[in-house]
Ligand binder design. Structure first.
Ligand code: NDP
Length: 297
């Protein structure tokens, strides 16, 4: 018997419904509409698709959706001026700058120019510090989505040994912090880790955020472990087209794991759902209201 396959698409759809309901309540009780502004610099096709999808889902949840598309040669000053305008726009509660930015722009400066309360990506240095010290913060969307799926699948995570494969600032590190805050025993492994297979084999929870197709093998997995695959790797398929696979060898690991997310249809849909959740959370906090139910870390 194979592992339970965690349906991220269905789970994300349920989260978006919860968000739409709470947005409606916010409108009727307080006459407030949450607003999300997405800033895209240049014409990267993958980013274009992602931004369109974000805009559509934001509007479907009943929120205000604003897109700012800037030319690839936009200078730092112009971008910073736009961020400043959005920081001061009372109808906007979430600001997301689509990354990566063109090379000539200072990404760190741009992220840290966003007012932390509107930083729905959770990348501002203040939010990183707040999360790292266990305080209320805006939490990066992908790790937040992973956490929600883990809680839904396993219930309490307390005492579980979680191994996070990958230590990036956007996925691995905040993921480890969230798991620690949920009372897991956390180990982080990376490209320089010795005997990585032996370490991962002790995990009750495995988070794979490597960016290399099928790095995590069945021989790395303890019987019954829960695997969350964050990876998005585009590979050529036999028919000449391309397809997306994860960082985990899904077919083999499914035979051993207790639960596993597929790629596509696992973590991916949860990332945008959590962006909407963060926008609603930011809106509530800015207006001095309670956090939305079931949508925060
Ligand atoms: P990064 O490239 O920033 O980080 C990858 C990490 O994996 C690094 O810490 C690196 O170690 C580690 N690593 C690389 N090779 C190995 C190896 N052989 N064994 C162990 N560790 C290794 O990637 P991101 O964290 O940004 O993204 C990871 C994946 O998740 C990508 O496929 C990305 O596309 C996907 N992603 C998916 C999202 C979604 O919405 N589903 C959102 C964000 C990312 P070291 O630090 O030593 O170099």
């Amino acid at each position: 018997m194979g592992a339970q396959v965690i349906d991220g698409k269905a789970f994300a759809s349920g989260i978006r419904e919860q968000i739409a309901t709470q947005v409606n309540q916010l409108k009727s009780a307080h006459n407030i509409t949450p607003g999300l502004a997405v800033v895209l610099v240049g014409e990267d096709p993958a980013s274009e698709v992602y931004v369109r999808s974000k805009g559509k889902q934001t509007a479907e949840a009943g929120m205000k959706s604003v897109e700012h598309r800037l030319d690839a040669d936009t200078d730092q000053q112009t971008l910073m001026a736009l961020i400043d305008n959005l920081n001061n726009d009372a109808s906007i509660h979430g600001i997301l700058v689509q990354l990566p930015l063109p090379d000539h722009l200072d990404e760190t400066a741009v992220i840290n120019a966003i007012t932390p309360e509107k930083d729905v990506d959770g990348f501002h240095i203040s939010n990183v510090g707040l999360l790292g010290t266990g305080q209320k913060s805006m939490v990066p969307c992908t790790p937040l989505g992973c956490l929600m799926m883990l809680r839904d699948t396993l219930g309490s995570l307390s005492g579980c040994h979680a191994v996070v494969v990958g230590r990036s600032n956007i996925v691995g590190k905040p993921m480890a912090q969230l798991l620690l805050n949920d009372n897991c025993t956390v180990t982080m492994v990376h490209s320089k880790t010795r005997n990585i297979e032996d370490v991962v084999k002790t995990a009750d929870i495995v988070i794979a955020a490597v960016g290399r197709a099928e790095t995590v093998k069945a021989s790395w997995i303890k019987q019954g472990a829960c695997i969350i695959d964050v990876g998005i790797n585009r590979i050529a398929s036999k028919d000449g087209k391309s397809r997306i696979i994860g960082d985990v060898d899904f077919d083999a690991c499914q035979q051993i794991a207790g639960a596993i997310t597929p790629v596509p249809g696992g973590v991916g849909p949860m990332t945008i759902a959590c962006l909407l959740a963060n926008t609603l959370t930011a809106c509530c906090r800015i207006h001095g209201l309670e956090d939305p139910k079931g949508l925060t870390a």
